[in-house]
Design a protein around this ligand. Sequence first.
Ligand code: ADE
Ligand code: ZN
Length: 332
Amino acid sequence: MSVADLPKIELHLHHEGAAPPAFIRQLAHEKKHDLSGIFDRDGGYDYRDFPHFLATYEAACEVLTGPEEFRRLTLAILEESAANGVIYAESFLSPDFCGGGDVAAWKDYLAAIQDGADEAEKRFGITLRGIVTCVRHFGPDKAKASARCAAETAGDWITGFGMGGNEAQYSQGDFAWAFDCAREAGLRLTTHAGEFGGPDSVRDAIRDLGVERIGHGVRAIEDRDLVAELADRAITLEVCPGSNVRLGLFPTLADHPIQKLRDMGVRVTVSTDDPPFFHTTMRKEYEGLEQAFGWTTEDFRAITDTALDAAFCDAETRARIAKRLEDTWTTT
Ligand code: ADE
Ligand code: ZN
């Protein structure tokens, strides 16, 4: 079996960011909404840099206007993920794009997303759990509304709370109220840090928000003491190598610090972030890591075990996924 065929766990996937461009184009066509400016000549998403990527992402969201659109989106995303060998995924869901932070509207969107996920589980054998996510550059007040949505729907399906968006705006600590609210509701916590922000952003995430996972976190490599702290505290990084290279953090995959972080004892996992935006898939991530660092089935197995351990699901779901993995490991 080639490494790309191995069963996979993906912990860092933005629901809207996973929307295939053809899916968004079709919705734009149905709604007679002109989105031609966000696509390149090949029909992919077009953007210049990170702020423009975020603007393009938000423009695509303009046609994701109701629960039914999110049900269809969920099914499309999970069909693609399952085709890439993903058996368990966690995706970031933003009340900002699902009802604008209104709790009742959010519940309608969430019900539709769960319908899509249930259908995908039956048809494609993939399990999804949701992480409610605030958007940093929308500011702390919007984040509070997202946290309230998260707290109202926390349970065995919405299992986490997180934050994405532009790290150049606000500080992690500005969002402490939202993260405290989510923690008190029993949610597990992650935030984007150490992507466009440096090591201090990762430190702030740990100290000010008390997260147990970090989205990206790769710029911790610039500070050896911080890397040691991540290892000591067993904080898991949701590393998205293809995304980091596409957005210009590292010139090539061979320059990416994922292997160094592993060597220094940090718990790393592998995800795609926003796969169509970065022309990636989980299969491509695996193939790239095999090529760049010589990772073998054993390495990918270790990464997958770390991901399952760090997953924000309940014990019954973890045991079920572990059993599926065990069945594969014993036959490869
Ligand atoms: N939202 C979607 N993708 C993101 C990324 N890579 N960084 C921050 N926010 C995001
Ligand atoms: Zn992300």
